[in-house]
Design a protein around this ligand. Sequence first.
Ligand SMILES: Cc1cc2nc3c(=O)[nH]c(=O)nc-3n(C[C@H](O)[C@H](O)[C@H](O)COP(=O)(O)OP(=O)(O)OC[C@H]3O[C@@H](n4cnc5c(N)ncnc54)[C@H](O)[C@@H]3O)c2cc1C
Length: 508
Amino acid sequence: MKQDQPYDVIISGAGPVGLFLACELALSKCRVLILEKAESPRSPFKQLPFGVRGLSAPSIEALYRRGLLEELEIHKRLKNPHVNSVQQGPRRQVGHFAGIPFLEGNIDTSQWKHRLESSTETNLISEMEEIETILTRRSVALGVEIKRGLPLDSFYQTNDGVTVQSGDQTFQSPWLVGCDGARSVVRKLGGFEFAGTEPEFTGYSTKVDIADPEKLSPGRNLTERGMYLQSQPGFIVIQDFDGGAFHSSEKQITLEHVQEVLRRISNTDVTISALHFATTWTDRARQATSYSNGRILLAGDAAHIHSPLGGQGLNLGLGDAMNLGWKLAATIHKKAPEGLLDSYYKERHPIGAQVLDWSRAQVMIMKPNPQARALNSIIRDLMETRDAATYMAARVWGIFTHYDLGDVHPLVGYSVPNFEFEDGRRIGEFMQDGQGILLDFDTKTSLKTLANEYGDQVKYVSGRAKEQLGLSAVLIRPDGIIAWASDNEPDEQSIRQAASLWFTQFIS
Ligand SMILES: Cc1cc2nc3c(=O)[nH]c(=O)nc-3n(C[C@H](O)[C@H](O)[C@H](O)COP(=O)(O)OP(=O)(O)OC[C@H]3O[C@@H](n4cnc5c(N)ncnc54)[C@H](O)[C@@H]3O)c2cc1C
C-alpha cells in the first residue's frame, strides 16, 4: 500500500451493502471512500410499501451486534405483510414459500437448539430507505467519505492498487469493492464470470389508480396465467411468465402495457386510470464464480442476483459485508493470517448458491402450468405439518446459516448464541467494537493471558451465563461466528490452533 494514498478502500455503490461494509471497515480504522452514482439517496422504490424489506436472523444479529438495531423504528409501527391480520394465534401467517404461507403455531422452535431466549428476533420488517439512512449516518460518523452523483466509470489495477475513474476525476486506493448492485460495473469490467440461469418471468412493481378496484382481489393471487399481489390499494406487483422478455426489451412501461398485463394475469377487465410509477425485475439467477480478482472484490447484488421471492437479497448482501469487512481490514493492517481474505469467498459463495436455489425452487412451483400447480398443491399440504413449517421458517429466517469450519464442535461455524450473563448483559453487547472475543465461562486467568497474545484483535470476556449450553469457553470471530468451542476444560493449544486461522499472534 502506498502511504500517500488517502483511502484504504474505495467502494462503488452506497446501497445497503456498500454502506454496511464501509461501517465495518471504518470500525476497524480503515479510511473508506464510497462513490455513488445516484445524486439523491431517496427513491419511491426504497420507501414503503415497495421498499419493504424482510430482515432475517443473521442480519438482525449483525445490526444488533454493532448497536444499530435499536435505531430501526419503522418495524415498531408496521404490520408484517406476511402476517394475516384476520388469523390470530397459532394460525397466524408469519412467512411464505412461493406465496404458500407457514403458520406460527406450526413452527417448533425447540428444534433450534442453539437459539436462546435472549436471542434477537428471527425476522423483522424494515424499509430500505430507513436501513440506508441509519447506515449512512453511522458510516459518516465513523469517518467514511461518501461522494454522491459520482459513478464509477472505469478502473484499472496494478500490483499496488486500483485507479478509479469517475467522470473527469481520478481516485486511487489499494482495494476496490464493487457494491454497485445487480448491473455492477465493477463486476462487468473486472473480468468476473457471472454464471447462472435465465429468467422465467418479468416482475412489475407499480403504483396505479384503478377505476374499478372491486375487480381485483386483495393479497397474493396465483392465477392460471401468473401472479398478482395487491399489498395496499393501488400498489400492485405482477409476475408475468414471459421468459423475462419485457424486462430485457428495456421498453418504456406505459399505462396501457401495465393494464394489458394485469388484465391478462388477473383474468379481469380491470381499468387503470393512472400510472404513478412502475419498475420491472426478473428471476434471473446468477452468481459470480469468484468474489475477488486481485485487488478487486464483489459483495451484495454485484456478486449474486436472483428474484426477490422470499426476500433474501439484502440479507445475503449484509452477510457478505459482515464477513468481508473485518477480513479486509485485517489484511490492510497486515494482521491477517494467510488465506483469511480467501475465506470470504469460500464461506459466502455456498450461502449465496443456496439462496439462488431457494428462489429458483419457488419460481418453479409458481409457474402457470398443470405440473407446477400439482407440485404447489403438495407443498401446500406439507406446509400444514410441523416439520415442514419449521424447516421453511428456519430456511427463510436464516436460522441454520453456518460456515463449514470443520467438525471440531457442533457449534463451530454457527452464529454465537446470545448468552446472557448473570448481571443481565448479553454477549452481543460486547461486539460493538468489532473485535474477536475469547469468552470464558469459568474465569481462568490463563485464558485472559492467551487472549492478550492477539493484541486488540481478541478481547477477553468472562462470567457465568444464565444458559451456557454446557460450554466452558468459546472463541468468537469479529462477525459473531464461533471459531472454537469446548464443553470441557479448555485446551489452550487447541484455542491457539483455531485462532491462528483468523488472528495474528503478536506475543507467544
Ligand atoms: C421488489 C423487491 C423486493 C425485495 N425484497 C427484499 C426483502 O424483503 N429482503 C431482502 O433481503 N431483499 C429484498 N430485495 C433485494 C434487495 O433489495 C437487494 O438484494 C439489495 O438492495 C442489494 O443491496 P446492494 O447494496 O448490493 O445493491 P443496491 O441496493 O442495488 O445498491 C447498489 C448501489 O450502487 C449504485 N451504483 C450502481 N452503479 C454504480 C456505479 N457505476 N458507480 C457507483 N455507484 C453505482 C446504485 O445507485 C445503488 O445505490 C428485494 C428486491 C426487490 C427488487
